[in-house]
Design a protein around this ligand. Structure first.
Ligand code: BGC
Length: 250
């Protein structure tokens, strides 16, 4: 039984990786972070991923999971909201296997963070329908039902009042538009009440850096569904990628 796996999280500003202890969900040793190349083309980013696993000294038999800020259907990215458009239609599983010299498991970044919260974090041991959203440049989502991930949900792109939801309600837009907590919370109210209406979940978990400030916006929301902040914060994507890779690798 594998006890350690490697997770790599590809984001708009950094590519981060670490080895993860699958018992505890904690890093083994330090995280490696390299700025995302500009332009962030598939080959340039894959070369950075190679550097990350070389620096971490990942052994050949250690499962490797890589996250992308996009859905990944059968290894292929169908569209890309917030990274270079040259990722569209790329078979990232094949790309990464070539660059990393081993099979990899490729998955969506929010799916990774969501399963990490269920396996090790804020939603550990919780049954029912859990809707995890991660706030950042975009809004990523993961739906977990009694521990099973429904992959590649894209609740950040619900169209609400004629807008792509993440262009209205993401924490990235809060920053870009200089919104105060109350203004932003009003947008979150519109967003999460719509998600609640559609899915009737048992629990909302909110991740992303802004969830450290949950006391500034969660009390302003009025929802039927309980909402709690994520616990793993910065490590969730990597931990979830490693966990998922260990469960799904070839
Ligand atoms: C993408 C999602 C991703 C989220 C967070 C969205 O724009 O469509 O796939 O999970 O951003 O990176």
């Amino acid at each position: 039984m594998t006890t350690v796996a490697c997770g790599i999280d590809i984001g708009g500003s950094g590519v981060k990786g670490a080895l993860v202890d699958l018992e505890s969900g904690e890093y083994v040793g330090d995280q490696v972070r390299i700025p995302t190349p500009d332009p962030a083309t598939p080959d340039a980013v894959a070369a950075v991923c190679r550097t990350v696993i070389d620096r971490l000294g990942v052994g050949p038999d250690v499962p490797v999971g890589v996250t992308f800020p996009a859905p990944v259907f059968d290894g292929v990215i169908p569209y890309m909201a917030n990274l270079d458009q040259s990722w569209v239609n790329v078979d990232v599983r094949a790309l990464m296997a070539t660059h990393l010299g081993r099979p990899v498991v490729a998955l969506n970044d929010a799916d990774a963070a969501g399963i990490a919260e269920v396996a090790y974090g804020a939603a550990k041991g919780r049954d029912g329908v859990i809707v995890f959203t991660t706030q950042g440049t975009g809004i990523g989502s993961a739906i977990i039902v009694n521990g099973t991930l429904l992959t590649n949900t894209e609740l950040g792109h619900l169209e609400i009042d004629g807008h792509d939801a993440e262009k209205m309600a993401s924490s990235g837009q809060k920053t870009a538009q200089g919104l105060g907590w109350e203004e932003w919370a009003a947008r979150l109210q519109r967003y999460y009440s719509h998600v609640e209406f559609l899915l009737n979940p048992d629990l909302f978990v909110v991740g992303g850096g802004v969830s450290e400030n949950h006391d500034k916006f969660m009390p302003l929301l009025s929802l039927k569904t309980p909402m709690i902040p994520a616990k793993l914060l910065n490590t969730a994507g990597i931990v979830g990628a490693a966990y998922y890779a260990a469960k799904n690798h070839a």
